[in-house]
Design a protein around this ligand. Structure first.
Ligand SMILES: *Cc1c(COP(=O)(O)O)cnc(C)c1O
Length: 387
């Protein structure tokens, strides 16, 4: 069988940002213009009498994420940096190399040595058994990543943390709306970071959030995201500028109204992909267990040697057909120039290395047409035969 399949005439992108209706946004912008208040919208200013978009979004997201404490940030990285700062962590924090650069970098910006630890082959999240082996007298915390919306082994990690008196932090940049048996992912551990970057399902173009279980921590977190300025003449902590502005907050409010619709579209796309690709030997669809609410952040497959072509071959092949895919996460953070010859890398990561060579994120966003999804599946299926 030799088929001729035409490349797509337009590029099929791996993601497209969810954007609100422009007229709705204009209406909100008019409100912001009328108020003359464009940023500094945190709870402090709300209490001072400003009904800000920032405050509205913060309140709504706290509810959506089902968490006891929540603060908005101008991006996920500053949120994580502030979360680490809040606990005055130092020394070493054990984390995963199978993540985005921001995860270990946030530790380094707090003068902490990230110590990379191998991952679990099924969940692709940090392996609790390996974590325990890496604990030294300098260890102060564990920073796990809910990769592709797959929850870390939260209970095991929290049990280890309790035993060794460590803090548990989570990077939930991929896990917006993820729940385990109905419990918001942001309620596990001491703090959890979310990213609202344009590439994330819920976005404010740039933005982020920090969740915490002690609502009384909110004042301190809000101070840290606002230079530590408590009042006009009183500065109480060495904060940074982590504030989300009113325009970003407006986009967030509008995107929150359409997010469930986007989730439904992605659910359907996921179904078509899964149905078609699961039949192919060597293509394994990565999916969360039944008791976990899917974040629909990425559609990920692992391409094993049974498929007959390597992940890189599939990547190159699809590119020829105008289809963009992503090798998340390749290379591993432990292979970055800035980490590879440092004390962050203390052992080997055979599981993470294998995963990094096998994973591929396929195009996944609500504007993708169902026939486009079918064609992508067909191309993978027929890869042996098409030219
Ligand atoms: C996107 C992302 C971040 C960074 O978030 P920003 O909002 O862009 O700062 C951190 N970790 C992971 C795993 C991410 O995917």
């Amino acid at each position: 069988m030799i088929n001729q399949i035409e490349p797509f005439s337009h590029p099929i992108l791996v993601t497209k940002p969810l954007l609100p209706d422009l007229q709705d946004l204009n209406r909100m912008l008019q409100e912001i213009w009328n108020s003359g208040w464009v940023t500094n919208g945190g709870v402090k200013h709300f209490k001072a009498g400003h009904d800000t978009k920032h405050y509205q979004l913060e309140t709504k997201l706290q509810e959506y994420l089902k968490v006891p404490g929540f603060s908005l940030f101008n991006n996920g990285t500053t949120a994580l940096m502030v979360g680490i700062k809040q606990y005055l962590l130092q020394g070493e924090v054990i984390t995963t190399p199978f993540t985005f650069a921001a995860t270990p970098h946030s530790l380094v910006w707090n003068n902490i040595t990230p110590v990379f630890c191998d991952i679990d082959n099924t969940t692709l999240t940090i392996d609790p058994n390996e974590v325990e082996k890496l604990i030294t007298e300098k260890t102060t915390g564990i920073l796990g990543v809910h990769v592709f919306g797959m929850p870390c082994h939260v209970d095991s990690l929290m049990a280890i943390a309790k035993k060794y008196k460590l803090r548990v932090l989570f990077d939930a940049a991929h896990a917006f709306g993820t729940e385990i048996d109905g419990t918001g992912i942001g309620t596990y551990g001491d703090i959890t970071m979310f990213s609202f970057h344009a590439t994330k399902l819920f976005n404010t173009i740039e933005g982020g959030g920090l969740t915490y279980n002690s609502p009384e921590m909110k004042d301190e977190i809000e101070l840290l995201k606002d230079f530590g300025i408590q009042s006009e003449e009183k500065v109480t902590s060495q904060g940074l500028n982590g504030k989300l502005n009113e325009i970003q907050a407006a986009i967030g409010l509008l995107n929150l109204e359409i997010i469930d619709d986007e989730r439904k579209k992605r659910a359907l796309i996921r179904e078509i992909y899964t149905e078609n690709l699961n039949k192919i030997k060597g293509i394994n669809v990565f999916s969360v267990p039944n008791n976990v609410r899917d974040s629909y952040q990425y559609f990920v497959v692992r391409i094993t040697k049974d498929f007959g072509f390597s992940r890189d071959k599939v990547y190159d092949f699809l590119r020829k057909y105008n289809i963009q895919t992503r090798k998340y996460f390749y290379p591993l953070c432990s292979d970055f120039d800035c980490y590879k010859d440092t004390s962050a890398v203390r052992n080997k990561y055979p599981v993470a290395e294998k995963a990094a060579k096998e994973v591929l994120c396929l195009p996944f966003h609500g504007q993708l047409q169902l026939d486009e999804v079918s064609k992508i599946c067909n191309l993978i299926k027929e890869m042996k035969y098409v030219r």
